[in-house]
Design a protein around this ligand. Structure first.
Ligand code: AMP
Length: 211
């Protein structure tokens, strides 16, 4: 099954994607994580992308489209995949359609801006493997340490409040139109994540995939 998961930054889509990946045994592909890895490598492309990411802006469509094209052609995507954070613009969605990639379901995690701003300030990510935690809602077993790989947990530069507000503005302008795009294709399920625990939302996402 080929799945797209989208939602505002801080909607919990990364955590949902990991949960679906564990349950369905298909890879979760996060363009954000792939780009962060490129940044860490210190390459020239990485340096160019750093500016876009630090301000909360999107990186150019051509760049992420090439990343996805290569990644979904890999062997582990044969039985399906979950796209987490791609597409994020209508031109990216159109590029995916042009590639002839069949998408079975599109899940939107809908969370209000006020809740997102609150959540993002508590988010911590592993600087080694990218796993996501929260100071209140999803604490690691040991403070500041990743449960999965024992890496150090840090606050992402783009999770600072001003940057979050900018990312939300960009989300409403550029990503939210995907809702209508996929509704017209008959693939969209919207899940309201307001006031729900991570586990409750994961349950709803999994039921939507079985439906
Ligand atoms: P994320 O981890 O999904 O929140 O992504 C972090 C950042 O990576 C975003 O704020 C963008 O700068 C960049 N990024 C990730 N995915 C995309 C995409 N599909 N299109 C453009 N920029 C992206």
């Amino acid at each position: 099954m080929n799945i797209i998961l989208f939602g505002a930054p801080g909607s919990g889509k990364g955590t949902q994607a990991e949960a679906i990946s564990d349950r369905k045994l298909i890879p979760a592909i996060s363009t954000g994580n792939i780009i962060r890895d490129a940044l860490k490598s210190g390459s020239e492309v990485g340096l160019q992308l750093k500016g876009y990411m630090a301000s909360g802006g999107l990186v150019p469509d051509e760049f992420v489209i090439e990343i996805i094209k290569g990644r979904i052609a890999e062997d582990d995507c044969k039985n399906g995949f979950i796209l987490d954070g791609f597409p994020r613009t209508i031109p990216q969605a159109e590029a995916l359609d042009r590639m002839g990639v069949r998408i079975d379901k599109v899940i939107e995690i809908d969370v209000s801006d006020a809740i997102i701003i609150d959540r993002m300030s508590g988010r911590r990510v592993c600087e080694t493997c990218g796993s996501s935690y929260h100071l209140e809602n999803k604490r690691p077993h040991e403070d500041g340490i990743c449960d999965k790989c024992h890496g150090t947990l840090v606050q992402r530069e783009d999770d600072h409040p001003d940057t979050v507000r900018n990312r939300l503005r960009i989300y409403h302008e550029q990503t939210k139109p995907l809702e209508e795009y996929y509704r017209q294709q008959g693939k969209l399920t919207v899940i309201n994540g307001d006031g729900k625990s991570i586990d409750e939302t994961i349950g709803l996402v999994l039921s939507a995939l079985e439906a």
